[in-house]
Design a protein around this ligand. Structure first.
Ligand code: PAF
Length: 284
């Protein structure tokens, strides 16, 4: 495994790999890697000859009042995780390398970015789409691996690839969970032991909602109320910021569940806001 610090160094290695006929997988991350990230790197390493992992805490996707300066970091441990999971190149650029002059070019993905996380964090997805566009330009023709935990982010990136013709095949990968069902996230590190246990209700409520839907309940309102009521039984978990029941491809809100449905929620548990989601397929 080779660590690179600049875009030019990374291009050189990837140009060489492609000249040798080798395929490239890309796993963009913000570091503080956990088993969920490792699963993306492992999948990429299994499906491509070369895997480029990037570790970059992207300032553009944090609002002024968010946790950029104390976002958790542990580069040494991350490099060991990358190596064990099969990464070939790890790009760890500085902010100056990624944004050598104040950036005035931004990528915005309308509509898909406006609901859910976008409504809570209005500048977030432009920051994500812009850095991912840059990372796609660094990675070049490749398969790119993203977790389904950030389901809205994944839908936005898929749409950006179509709209802007990036030569990238986006691969969405299943959520990796703790034993209590909590979706793995770098921000889980902020949870106290009691909050960690309580946060298990997020996934439990989603699984219970899927059972309800599979049992024939098609009203989004009833399913949403069921989830909110289950979450309310855990006093350490706040009232969810949203519980959205949407079409999995378009993220359009559904009143009646049909077809490929995704139930997506966000709730504050102590310091972090946690996200989770689940899919259910029903006859349309
Ligand atoms: O999901 C993340 O970790 C980030 O949003 C991403 C895609 C690496 C862009 O900074």
């Amino acid at each position: 495994m080779e660590q690179t610090f600049t875009i030019a160094q990374t291009w050189e290695l990837l140009d060489q790999a492609r000249a040798d006929g080798r395929s490239v997988g890309l796993v963009p991350t913000m570091g503080f890697l956990h088993a969920g990230h490792a699963s993306l790197i492992e999948r990429s390493a299994a499906e491509n000859d070369i895997t480029l992992t990037t570790i970059f805490v992207n300032p553009l996707q944090f609002a002024a009042d968010e946790d950029l300066s104390d976002y958790p970091r542990d580069l040494e441990r991350d490099l060991a995780t990358c190596e064990a999971a099969g990464a070939s190149i790890v790009l760890t650029p500085t902010v100056d390398e990624m944004y050598p002059v104040p950036i005035v070019t931004k990528v915005t993905v309308d509509e898909l970015s406006e609901s859910m996380e976008g409504a809570q964090r209005p500048t977030h997805f432009a920051g994500v789409a812009t850095v991912v566009a840059k990372l796609f330009n660094i990675g070049g023709r490749c398969r790119a691996y993203f977790g389904e935990k950030d389901f809205q982010q994944l839908a936005i990136i898929r749409r950006m690839v179509i709209d802007l013709s990036f030569p990238v095949e986006v691969v969405g990968c299943p959520i990796v969970r703790e034993t209590n069902g909590l979706a793995m996230s770098s921000r889980n590190t902020y949870l106290s032991p009691d909050e960690f246990v309580a946060a298990g209700v997020l996934n439990r409520s989603l699984r219970s909602a899927v059972k309800l839907a599979e049992g024939g309940e098609t009203s989004a309102d009833i399913i949403r109320t069921h989830i909110v009521e289950m979450i309310a039984t855990e006093t350490l978990v706040s009232v969810p910021d949203y519980v959205s029941i949407v079409d999995a491809a378009t993220l359009a809100p559904l009143e009646t569940l049909a077809g490929e449905v995704r139930i997506i929620l966000a709730a504050q548990v102590g310091r972090p806001r946690l996200l989770d989601n689940i899919g259910v397929t029903l006859a349309s």
